[in-house]
Structure formats: structure tokens, C-alpha cells
Design a protein around this ligand. Structure first.
Ligand code: SF4
Ligand code: SF4
Length: 386
């Protein structure tokens, strides 16, 4: 099997960060790594000069990617525009907002970069896990509060400034011990601020696998109940103002609509995603850079489409076939496709098994399907209006 010609790249331009989220998946041993201009140039050219790839989504990721400053990204975007290419491409970045001042914000928007944020709920839930290494000034003068800002204030300030410029704001919520019992409060925080939501469960890797974050882990069942209550808060909202993933994509899939799919519920994610470490090492996705045995090779030494020729890629294909076979009788198979292999590796501690959160997915799918079946007009309205 081959890599898809349509890929999403998770590019780690630095592993450093001025926050210290207690569940951060970056392994401390690679915290000091940052990408050179030469490697960034090679990443751009390897995909845009290719006659294999047809579309590429560059996700500029970290660590905190905006620590690299405007100059780094000016050089990246100039390289993308240098020469002609047949490859369609888009850019996005996933940021904690600490370096998203107005100058950076306008620069990124002027270059058509989609900006994703992270928010775990209201201040007490967010700041319990998403810790600043030091108190930071709020970047926008208009909302400066004197002494500084916590992680929550920084994120909602960034969301507001995006919205002031006519852009939608969206954030990932990481479900962990601090917010797993509070889905309604998390929903209220997002909907009152019109911040679109993408839900991810915590993964026991990086700091979440050390003393700093070990208490944040949740069970599969707890995750399932969080999803159920969040689904109901959204589905029963008479005037839903935000989209929530994965709910929107699952409703769309049931109704036959074409939507972008989140990687967790994608068949063969390793054909559509590549992670690139600061050193240029290629991995199945951005989560694997702390796992040397999941390194395909280095982008300075191979064409990226050739990862599909490696023993590792074929091993992942074989692993997927085996796991899918164990899921094949599941009623929710074609909404889930066995989940995420990184959750299998780090949370279940067994690569060749289905996702650690399987029992939670079943609780959620069972509930959501019944509710969608009982009220299809509402499902249509909720997924298409939000
Ligand atoms: S391994 Fe997991 S996190 Fe990585 S792309 Fe696949 S589903 Fe997503
Ligand atoms: S819900 Fe569980 S059994 Fe069903 S497809 Fe997903 S991981 Fe497999």
C-alpha cells in the first residue's frame, strides 16, 4: 500500500514551549530541539516539488511554534511561493496564544494560515492543567489586566482578537482528570465565547507519563460519559452556536455529507498523516517523535512518499489489519475503525490492540446514534447550522 497523495504534515518547528501543560506529550528528552531553516526549506521543497503529492496541508506545530518568531515563518512562506508547483497546499498552526500578538496575528492571517488554539474549559478547569511557566502579559493592550495573564486569559484573548477580525475561533479541549466531570461547564465556556470545539482525550505520554501529570489520566468509561453529556448539551441547545468534533463529523458521516475527518476515526491514518521532528525525522504522525522505533527515516535522506517502502510502514499496515479484524464485528466499526494506534501504544501499552478508549467510544456511539435516530431534523440542524 502507498501513502495517500493527499497528506497532512505535523511539523515540529520547535519542541520548546513557555507553557508547561501537565499532560504535554512532548518527551522532556527532545524539549531543546528546533528546526533549522535548511530543514524547513527541505520540508517545503520535498512536498511542493513532488510529482507524487497532489495536496498538502502544512500544520506548523510544536512545542509552541510561534516561539520561532515572524522571521522564520516569513522564510517558510517565501519558500512555498518560490517557483511553480502543481501541488495544492494550505497552512495552519496550533498555538497556545502566548506569542500571538496583533502583529503576528495579522501576519498569519495575511498569509492564509488557519490558527488553532487550546482551551480546557473555564479558568479553574483550564489553568489546573495548562500551566504557564511564568506569568505573561496579555498581548493585546485593550485587555491588559495589569499583572499578567494565566493560560485561560491568554487563549480567550486570542480567540476574541480572531473574532474581531472576522475569523472563527476554534480550540482543542483535552479531556483529563480536571475537566472530565464538568462537560456542561466546558460547553458553556466554549459556546458563550463562540469558540468551536475539538475534543481529544488525554494520552499518557510525555509529562502525562511522569509524576507531574500522572494524576490526570482518565478511564475509557469516564471519557465515554464525558462525550455523552457533552453531546446532549450541544444537541439539546435550542440555538447551537458552535461546531463540536467529533460529533459533527459523525453526524455528517451518517448522513452521507462530505466533511474533513479527524484522524482518530480515520481508516489508515498512517497513509494520510506524517509527523516531522525538528531534525527532519519522519514519523507516522506528530505524536510519535518521542518513539525512536517509529522513525521512518530522515527527510534529508529520503523522498517522503518512500516511507511506504519501509519495514515500519508495512508493519503498521499489518498491525492495522490485525486490529481491524478484532473490531470487525463491532456495531460502530465504520464510525471508528479501531481508533488511534498511539492510544494503543501509550495508554493500553499494547500496540497490536484497539484503542484504549474503546469502551468509552461504545458508550458515546450507542447514545449518539439513538439520539440522532430519534431526532434526525435536529441532527441536521445542529450539524449544518453550527
Ligand atoms: S496515530 Fe492517532 S494521533 Fe496519530 S494520526 Fe493516527 S489517529 Fe491521529
Ligand atoms: S468502538 Fe472499540 S471495538 Fe468498535 S471499532 Fe472502535 S475500537 Fe473497535
Amino acid at each position: 500500500m502507498m501513502l495517500s497523495p493527499h497528506v497532512t504534515l505535523i511539523i515540529k518547528v520547535t519542541n520548546a514551549c513557555d507553557m508547561q501543560c501537565r499532560y504535554c506529550f512532548i518527551e522532556p528528552s527532545v524539549f531543546h530541539k528546533k528546526m533549522t531553516d535548511e530543514t524547513a526549506r527541505r520540508v517545503v521543497r520535498a512536498f511542493l516539488d513532488s510529482d507524487f503529492f497532489e495536496s498538502v496541508h502544512f500544520v506548523w506545530h510544536g512545542g509552541e511554534p510561534l516561539l520561532r518568531g515572524r522571521g522564520f515563518f516569513e522564510r517558510v512562506f517565501a519558500e512555498q511561493r518560490a517557483g511553480t508547483t502543481e501541488v495544492a497546499y494550505t497552512n495552519s498552526t496550533q498555538t497556545n496564544g502566548t506569542h500571538l500578538d496583533d502583529d503576528m496575528l495579522e501576519f498569519l492571517l495575511a498569509n492564509d494560515v488557519s490558527i488553532g488554539l487550546s482551551l480546557d474549559g473555564p479558568p479553574e478547569l483550564n489553568d489546573a492543567s495548562r500551566k504557564l511557566r511564568r506569568m505573561l502579559p496579555v498581548l493585546n493592550e485593550g485587555s491588559r489586566r495589569g499583572s499578567g495573564a494565566g493560560g485561560h486569559a491568554t487563549t480567550v484573548d486570542a480567540a476574541r482578537r480572531l473574532q474581531e477580525r472576522g475569523r472563527a475561533a476554534g480550540a482543542i479541549v483535552t479531556v483529563n482528570r480536571n475537566n472530565v466531570g464538568e462537560p456542561e461547564a466546558v460547553y458553556e465556556e466554549f459556546t458563550s465565547r463562540r469558540i468551536h470545539m475539538k475534543i481529544n482525550p488525554l494520552t499518557r505520554s510525555g509529562l502525562a507519563d511522569t509524576a507531574l501529570g500522572a494524576d490526570l489520566g482518565i478511564s475509557a468509561e469516564e471519557y465515554g460519559h464525558f462525550l455523552v453529556r457533552m453531546f446532549d448539551a450541544w444537541f439539546d441547545d435550542p440555538d447551537p452556536k458552535i461546531s463540536i468534533e467529533p460529533f459533527g463529523q459523525h453526524i455528517a458521516r451518517i448522513l452521507g455529507d462530505a466533511v474533513a475527518q479527524s484522524c482518530f476515526y480515520t481508516l489508515s491514518c498512517h497513509r494520510f498523516f506524517l509527523g516531522i521532528s525538528p531534525d527532519g525525522d519522519l514519523f507516522p504522525c506528530g505524536m510519535f517523535q518521542g518513539e525512536p522505533s517509529f522513525r521512518y527515516g530522515n527527510i534529508h535522506e529520503m523522498e517522503p512518499e518512500h516511507v511506504a517502502r519501509t519495514v515500519l510502514f508495512n508493519g503498521i499496515e499489518a498491525r492495522e489489519s490485525k486490529v481491524l479484524a478484532t473490531c470487525s464485528k463491532c456495531a460502530f466499526f465504520d464510525l471508528c475503525y479501531s481508533g488511534c494506534m498511539f492510544h494503543s501504544l501509550k495508554d493500553a501499552k499494547i500496540l497490536e490492540t484497539k484503542d484504549y478508549y474503546c469502551a468509552g467510544y461504545k458508550i458515546y456511539f450507542e447514545h449518539a446514534l439513538r439520539r440522532i435516530h430519534d431526532n434526525l431534523p435536529r441532527a441536521l440542524r445542529t450539524s449544518r447550522r453550527a
